[in-house]
Design a protein around this ligand. Structure first.
Ligand SMILES: Cc1cc2nc3c(=O)[nH]c(=O)nc-3n(C[C@H](O)[C@H](O)[C@H](O)COP(=O)(O)O)c2cc1C
Ligand SMILES: [Fe+2]
Ligand SMILES: [Fe+2]
Length: 403
């Protein structure tokens, strides 16, 4: 059996997580760079494991732990989050360490009890904690910080006081598979963190701002942020908190994002004409065909766009199915302060634009312009209308920008 090496973070603190090189889809979110599930072992007079990994990787995590300590010696297992990418190997580790205390939030306990009944979760030794509670490991102390709705009701974080390490679980994560463990060793870390924020945390901007205020109020001296996905922030820990505050407050740039699908190219022709008019006014524009781009990347581009145009052909009296899926996705993500515009081509009775309008109105999204529909192919007079709309969207993008 090959030897799996844990990574020493600071004296007594180890990364015992796993790298999922082939992860390309994380519950529907495309992850072209793969991902990691981070678990951390804190070794002192007492031993604590902070979070675990997705169930299929349990053995890999346990083999890493064995390089450092006998897993049966673990005194505390901290479960910061019920979601299975972090709790999936709890049954396996608690089989090795049946007497360990399982530390979690109160919602954590109820969530774990729902998920792991068959694994004997009723017999686990729970210790329910809230913000400010601590666990003494000897020279090191763990303090817990509830991070409610970042991004589940049970979400919690663990702060190692003496070393200044915030184990932030999903917050501040990135989906990247890399053999490097620190932010200053990789490229594009802020971009990857933004994609992650946009797809996972965008709906919870209000809670993110409250959490940051709470974190500042705790008056703790953070020296490192160790999330449960991606690399550890030992250099940019202050910067990532500031970026979260910016993303959470919904700052929009002067940018038009155009999202569309097309069967025979008419809706695309309209999109291209609008985009060209926006560009001619020196406003940034991005054109994204929904079947040719990863949606997780489009969502990141949407996060700071001040204007979003959505184009759909009519198919069977309604909108094209990818558009319906995309609108459902953004309704849930609740992007802040955007101006929307809808357009599309139809053949006879139409229906796409009407169906889109209904969806957008139910989400209380602001429709900045009257929607534009074209029968079959857009001819010169239709293209002229597209250009005029493009000029107006460019103006709106500038006006609506707040950064
Ligand atoms: C499978 C299919 C179903 C369609 N259903 C409708 C429909 O119910 N009502 C309608 O007005 N047009 C319908 N159309 C016509 C398209 O909306 C029309 O061809 C439009 O110009 C396509 O735009 P596109 O080139 O952007 O794909 C349908 C076309 C296809 C291929
Ligand atoms: Fe999660
Ligand atoms: Fe996660």
């Amino acid at each position: 059996m090959s030897k799996l090496e844990p990574v020493n973070i600071t004296p007594g603190v180890y990364w015992v997580g796993v790298i999922d090189w082939n992860l390309r889809d994380f519950h529907g979110y495309e992850t072209p760079k793969g991902g990691t599930y981070n678990a951390y072992l804190v070794v002192d007079e007492k031993i604590a494991l902070i979070d675990t990994v997705k169930a299929p990787f349990a053995d890999e995590m346990i083999r890493k732990i064995k390089q450092i300590v006998d897993p049966s010696k673990i005194d505390y297992v901290i479960s910061n989050h019920v979601e299975m990418d972090h709790s999936g190997s709890l049954p396996a580790i608690l089989e090795h360490a049946p007497n360990a205390t399982l530390v979690t939030s109160s919602k954590g306990q109820s969530g774990l009890s729902s998920h792991y009944e068959e694994s004997g979760c009723k017999n686990w030794n729970y210790q329910v904690v809230k913000t400010g509670d601590t666990v003494d490991l000897g020279k090191k102390t763990l303090m817990f910080i509830e991070a409610t709705m970042l991004h589940w009701p049970d979400s919690m974080q663990t702060y190692l006081i003496e070393d200044g390490i915030l184990f932030s679980n999903d917050s501040f994560g990135q989906h990247v598979a890399t053999s490097k463990r620190f932010d200053d060793e990789v490229d594009d870390v802020m971009e990857d963190a933004a994609i992650y924020y946009a797809n996972i945390l965008m709906p919870f901007g209000g809670q993110v701002l409250k959490y940051i205020e709470k974190l500042r109020g705790l008056d703790i001296d953070i020296k490192m942020i160790a999330p449960s996905h991606g690399v550890i922030w030992r250099n940019g820990f202050e910067q990532i908190i500031q970026e979260y505050a910016k993303w959470a407050s919904g700052k929009n740039r002067s940018k038009v994002l155009m999202i569309y699908d097309t069967m025979w190219g008419s809706t695309e022709k309209m999109a291209m004409e609008i985009a060209e008019a926006v560009r001619s006014k020196d406003v940034e524009v991005r054109l994204r065909h929904l079947r040719k781009n990863d949606w997780s990347m489009i969502i990141k581009e949407l996060m700071d766009a001040s204007v979003v145009a959505i184009g759909s052909p009519t198919m069977n009296n309604g909108m094209f199915f990818t558009i319906a899926g995309f609108i459902t996705y953004i309704k849930g993500l609740r992007p802040k302060d955007k101006n929307f515009f809808l357009f599309g081509s139809y053949g006879w009775g139409g229906g796409a634009v009407k169906a889109m309008e209904k969806e957008m109105e139910s989400a209380r999204f602001v429709l900045a312009e009257e929607s534009l529909q074209v029968k079959f192919r857009p001819y010169e007079d239709d293209l002229e209308k597209c250009r005029e709309i493009g000029y107006r969207l460019a103006e709106l993008a500038k006006k609506n920008a707040n950064t």
